[in-house]
Design a protein around this ligand. Structure first.
Ligand code: NIG
Ligand code: FE
Length: 430
């Protein structure tokens, strides 16, 4: 049979496959290694994965890539980002070097609110123009699917503008972008000291407006055959943290989102634990993210739930902190763990999943195999796309990397470089 694309003779092909959902415990160190591996791709989909001998016996291809001395692996999934934003915060980077903390800067009206001012002042087109080069960089570093949050608008108009920019970027960019509404990211200056009133605004005005926009977009997408995919998930997230939103306020916003059909995510336990993991499990959240100070009982709770733990070690690194999430205990205890950059202008100006893998291996004692599964299949599940992307399995979207090394472990071992040689997105060589 003749197909579109065949990649063969890879020293290693790693599938990261797991037909039964997320990987936990020992499964996290199994990357599905195939030596002298090959992959057959047609019409944007994976149609066969196996040894070079088997695949070449069954298929000829219009285009062939010889991956001798290279690794073939799934494209990386970045399941927690704030990559669409205005301005930058390099001044705050200097303030932190001189001793100010992230939360002090935020309490003084900077931090997220600094980016809010820049984001409010820009048009959707400006936001897109500033964000697109960051997506280009992420793609070159091997990231093929990206979750992107709003949360720098903090009023209805700008939150909608952000979501519109995210889905418009999804349409024009090779990466797939999955939108999340994060109206509960911070309390804007107009509501300073009136957090509950702001929570009411999120619930009574923002979420219904987002729902209306989202429904119209879904209908339009179904009718629009040019649209690259008809996917319709939109997540709802909050920042549950001391001096931001407490557990009750977080719960109100996430429950209101759930009532409108938006699955929940939560930023929790970054600096102080307010019971956010417990809330995530109670609400059946898709993921609980950060987890730097999660108490042992909550780790156990998470391990026994369907909620995926997303850890963000670039944040700790960027803060010059070694207070990393206790990921070793989490994996050993059975948490389904995913990795993410959290790329944003404040806590993690970092586009690189390979760097995040390198940090997780060093400071959180993940094996490179565990870092791979956390950056592919588990990360895909953390954004509800575990059946479409995140592994090299027949029927999945052909999002594939060719890496310039003979041993996949080098992706985490070697750092500060980019070993990604080719990115194949939906079967197309980028
Ligand atoms: O995931 N912690 C809260 N939110 C983001 C940071 C956003 C920002 O600093 O702009 C985070 O770290
Ligand atoms: Fe975040």
């Amino acid at each position: 049979m003749n197909i579109d694309l065949l990649i063969h003779s890879a020293s290693q092909l790693i599938t990261c496959a797991n037909p039964n959902g997320v990987k936990r415990r020992q499964a996290m160190s199994d990357v599905g290694l195939i030596l002298d591996g090959a992959i057959a791709i047609d019409d944007g989909k994976i149609i066969a994965v196996g040894s070079t001998a088997d695949i070449r016996a069954d298929y000829t291809a219009t285009e062939t890539i010889d991956a001798t001395d290279k690794v073939i692996c799934p494209g990386f999934i970045d399941p927690h980002t704030h990559v669409v934003y205005g301005g930058d915060r390099v001044n705050e980077f200097e303030m932190r070097i001189k001793g100010a903390t992230y939360m002090e800067i935020m309490a003084a009206g900077g931090g997220i609110l600094n980016t809010m001012h820049a984001t409010r002042s820009e048009t959707m087109e400006q936001l897109m123009a500033e964000s697109k080069p960051r997506l280009d960089t992420m793609l070159a570093l091997g990231t093929t699917t990206i979750e992107v949050k709003s949360g720098y608008g903090l009023n209805t108009e700008t939150e909608l503008k952000m979501l519109q920019a995210i889905v418009a970027l999804d349409e024009i960019h090779a990466t797939d972008l999955v939108p999340t509404f994060l109206g509960g990211h911070a309390v804007p200056p107009e509501y300073k000291g009136q957090t509950d009133k702001y929570v009411d605004l999120v619930i009574e005005e923002m979420l219904p407006a987002v729902k209306e926009w989202h429904d119209n977009r879904s209908i339009k997408r179904m009718l629009d055959r040019q649209s690259k995919h008809g996917r319709s998930t939109l997540f709802c997230d909050v920042f549950c943290e001391h001096n931001v939103f407490d557990r009750e306020q977080s719960k109100r916003m996430l429950q209101a989102g759930l009532d409108l059909g938006f699955p929940a995510k939560i930023h929790t336990d970054e600096f102080m634990s307010l019971g956010g993991v417990n809330l995530a499990v109670e609400l059946g959240a898709v993921s609980a993210d950060h987890l730097d100070v999660t108490p042992p009982d909550d780790v156990e709770l998470l391990a026994n739930s369907d909620t995926i733990g997303v850890i963000l070690p670039a944040v700790n690194f960027n803060m010059g902190s070694t207070n990393f999430a206790n990921a070793r205990t989490m994996i050993d205890g059975g948490v389904a763990l995913a990795l993410s950059t959290d790329i944003n202008p404040g806590s993690a100006p970092c586009p690189s999943m390979p760097l995040v893998m390198a940090l997780a291996c060093r400071y959180q004692r993940l094996l490179p195999s565990e870092a791979f599964n956390a950056s592919t299949i588990n990360a895909a599940h953390a954004i509800g796309l575990g059946d479409k992307v995140g592994s090299l399995e027949v029927g999945k979207q052909a999002d594939v990397l060719v890496i310039n090394t003979q041993d996949y472990r080098h992706v985490a071992y070697w750092f500060g470089d980019n070993l990604v040689e080719k990115v194949i997105k939906r079967g197309r060589i980028i």
